[in-house]
Ligand binder design. Structure first.
Ligand code: NAP
Ligand code: GLV
Length: 309
């Protein structure tokens, strides 16, 4: 029995070390140098190459190396009886909450504008946007979204959320379902996307949605690049439907050198780093799920294939 780590262009040295420190008896392989594919029962994947999972005939479960699982659910080769799970850790959620709070403060306090002005040796002040004038709307109130909303509420922001089912969190206004989306947007200036990428949510960040936001609107996309219709963002910025955006995820990653987003002062770009799975915490969840998969138990953070997340 063994566990395999699969990713394109990723150094798994620290994860393998963390796994073996926690359980020295584990048999951990790193793709593509897998000694005995028949022995592999569990795979941990991040942007895995097409058809690679086909070669492991005795796979019982596959874990994403992160919170998102769209790369696994899109894999047509993954047999129905292989369970899918994902990695959620305390630090992943904390990093995400800090990233979003920081992005909001950068926008409200004009931090990026001042950094740009410094390059131009320009002395010009801008009024900061008071928290009460900038209600934040969190799309997706799952593992990540809940921590983001909680931190923002602690910081005395006005916070709305949108999810499939209603949430009850002190101080939060929860909207649910497509029928409540417009009301949610109408009460939101700063929109934070933390939805999973599914058939229903792909392309949700489009011009129609931006137009329904309170003005001025600001977008923070930390979900997936394909949630955003990229040309609609450019149009929304050019026509004043949005004042700016902070993007961590992109349709194509790394973001191509000639991509128009690079030339936009009002688009903040980070290279998909909002929340990075830490090796030691990841090892705990992976080992627990590996053991559960071997004994046929329900997995931690198991994915519902029908819901798509
Ligand atoms: P999660 O726990 O699965 O939560 C998903 C949330 O989205 C839930 O609240 C769910 O509603 C809601 N939702 C799903 N489909 C919906 C729909 N059609 N309409 C309305 N609401 C819908 O996901 P998570 O762990 O918070 O992660 C969210 C995403 O963040 C991941 O899938 C990943 O793409 C992204 N992410 C990015 C980074 C990064 O570094 N940029 C790091 C981690 C995660 P219910 O609660 O009602 O089910
Ligand atoms: C990162 O994007 C993740 O899904 O954890």
């Amino acid at each position: 029995m063994s566990l395999v780590l699969i990713a394109k262009n990723r150094d798994f040295t620290s994860l393998k070390k963390a796994l073996l420190e926690k359980d020295p008896n584990l048999d951990v392989e790193i793709w593509p140098r897998v000694e005995n594919k028949e022995r592999v029962n569990f795979a941990v994947c991040w942007n895995h190459p097409k058809h690679v999972l086909n070669s492991f005939a005795n796979l019982r479960a596959v874990s994403s190396l992160g919170a998102g699982v769209n790369h696994l659910l899109n894999d047509e080769d993954l047999a129905e009886d292989v369970n899918i799970c994902r990695l959620i850790t305390g630090s992943l959620k904390e990093q995400m909450a800090e990233y979003v709070l920081n992005a909001i403060n950068n926008y409200r306090l004009h931090t990026i504008t001042y950094a740009d002005q410094r390059k131009e040796v320009k002395w010009e002040s801008h009024s900061s946007i008071p928290k009460k004038h900038a209600p934040v709307g969190v799309l997706g109130l799952g593992e990540m979204g809940e921590d983001v909303a909680t931190l923002l509420l602690q910081q005395e922001y006005i916070v709305n959320s949108w999810s499939r089912t209603k949430k009850e969190i002190d101080g939060l206004t929860s909207f649910a379902g497509n029928e409540e989306l417009d009301d949610f947007l109408g009460q939101t200036n700063i929109i934070v996307n933390l939805l999973p990428l599914t058939e229903e949510t792909e392309g949700i960040l489009d011009l129609e949605l931006f137009k329904k936001l309170r003005k001025p609107g600001y977008l923070i996309n930390v979900g997936r690049g394909s949630h955003l219709v990229e040309e609609d963002l450019i149009y929304a910025l050019d026509t004043g439907h949005l004042e700016g955006a902070c993007l961590d995820v992109f349709e194509t990653e790394p973001l191509p050198e000639n991509h128009p987003f690079w030339n936009r002062k009002n688009i903040m770009i980070t290279p998909h780093i909002a929340a990075i799975t830490p090796a030691k915490e990841a090892a705990d969840v992976i080992i627990e799920n590996y053991k559960r998969a071997l004994s046929g138990m329900e997995l931690l953070y198991e994915v519902d294939r029908n819901k798509g997340y």
